[in-house]
Design a protein around this ligand. Structure first.
Ligand SMILES: [Mn+2]
Length: 424
């Protein structure tokens, strides 16, 4: 891979330098130092979900790709390729029990691949072989105490595994809810959920955070226990200072103003982080920025605003959470990581002092134009130069395709049957 990067970069470096210089000159006229923007982009990383490197699927079918990872160690190999090519994904987020393995082996693999471990993810939305209690009717909010206890213990086990490999956070998403009006008592169900989550919270080490993820619908189609950001905020407030809200971009109704939700959570110190993806209709788990890059930019506009004014307790975690059905997962994850960086870079270009002035003067047109001016700037040379300087690929997808990596791993990894999800 290192040879492929060097060969492809050599072909592209001269043109990139010309483009970077031209953009730098353009930005300097706005009073922006391109090298400062590049330094921030270079330091910006987004975690890759271990499940993202396998082909996903829908509830209709899964069409397996070539050379899919067989276990967490193969997944980490693929994640390392993504980071080597983009320089943008320094960590991987594990899902338990899918990625359960000896912690010492996981740590050794992390050292070998140069990756760190991001938040741990628990799984109480499906039954595992030999499991005593079923999650068919819920987990942390189940009517049966033994089922809730099993779900609590599983989350505590995730914390323990995470502690052994250097993770510092647990993300909890539950599929609990109901499919029919009247099926559950909303109040009792939420009380049971909170009671169970308090037990999980009590097991958190001092330097850990717990993230709860809201989702409007699915797999429960009438109601979900953690339905929306308001419920999520209640949970984080009820649990305590180590609890924060996680915003998955796909978990909202179409047209919801997600950037405003982000602003509210920042204002009240409860923004835990993100699961980046994109959607057209529901929780489509499409590639980040593939449908509505302007919305992604507007989210980052709020994040840069908070970063600039040093909002108290502002330390969001960033992770991709996508399901790849028709593309090579490595390529999709690379492009998505770069889209996140692109939105960040564009948001850094917003003239905040001017914007504040337009807002004070109620000049709606110029305020909107100030955002648009940043958004329509092609920051690709900034991103590509950051990659070149850290030894990553100027053009990660082209380099990946020329490296022959997928063909090589296909020889070792047999095609996995069409069963099984990959949808979270
Ligand atoms: Mn998610």
């Amino acid at each position: 891979m290192i040879d492929a990067i060097a060969a492809d970069n050599e072909k592209r470096a001269a043109a990139l330098r010309t483009d970077y210089e031209a953009l730098g000159e353009n930005l300097s006229r706005w009073g922006i130092d391109i090298d400062a923007v590049k330094a921030k982009v270079a330091n910006y990383g987004v975690a890759v979900p271990s499940w993202g490197v396998g082909t996903g699927g829908t509830r209709f079918a899964r069409f397996p790709g070539l050379g899919e990872p067989r276990d967490i160690f193969d997944k980490m190999e693929d994640c390392a390729v993504i980071h080597r090519l983009t320089g943008a994904t320094p960590s991987v987020s594990l899902h338990i029990p899918w990625d359960k393995a000896d912690p010492a082996s996981l740590k050794a693999k992390a050292e070998e691949t140069g990756l760190a471990f991001d938040a741990m993810n628990s799984n109480t939305f499906q039954d595992q072989p030999g499991q005593a209690q079923s999650y068919k009717f819920g987990s942390l909010s189940h009517t049966d105490a033994a089922t809730r206890q099993q779900a609590v213990e599983h989350n505590i086990e995730c914390i323990e595994i995470g502690g052994a490999i250097g993770s510092k956070a647990l993300t909890v998403w539950v599929g609990d809810g109901s499919n029919f009006p009247g099926q559950t008592n909303f109040t009792r169900q939420f009380e049971r959920y909170l009671d169970a989550m308090r037990k999980v919270y009590a097991a958190l080490p001092d330097d850990w955070r717990i993230f709860t993820e809201h989702k409007m619908y699915e797999p429960a189609f009438y109601s979900t226990v953690v339905q929306d950001w308001g419920t999520n905020y209640l949970i984080a407030t009820e649990l305590g200072p180590k609890a924060f809200c996680l915003v998955d971009l796909g978990h909202h109704a179409p047209n919801v103003n997600i950037e405003m939700i982000v602003a509210r959570l920042i204002q009240f110190g409860k923004l835990g982080g993100f699961h980046f993806n994109d959607s057209k209709y529901g929780d489509d788990d499409l590639d980040t920025g593939s449908i509505d890059p302007y919305r992604l930019f507007l989210v980052f506009n709020e994040l840069v605003d908070a970063e600039t004014r040093k909002a108290p307790g502002f330390e969001p975690a960033h992770m991709l959470d996508q399901s790849h059905n028709v593309t090579d997962p490595i390529e999709s994850l690379m492009v998505s990581a770069m889209e996140v960086q692109r939105a960040y870079a564009q948001a850094l270009l917003v003239d905040r002092r001017a914007l504040e002035g337009y807002q004070a003067e109620n000049d709606a047109l110029m305020a909107s134009t100030a955002l648009k001016q940043a958004f329509r700037t092609d920051v690709e040379p900034v991103l590509a130069m950051a990659r070149l300087e850290k030894g990553a690929a100027v053009n990660p997808v082209a380099t990946f395709r020329s490296s022959g990596y997928r063909a090589k791993v296909s020889e070792d990894r047999p095609v996995v049957s069409g069963a099984g999800g990959g949808i979270v």
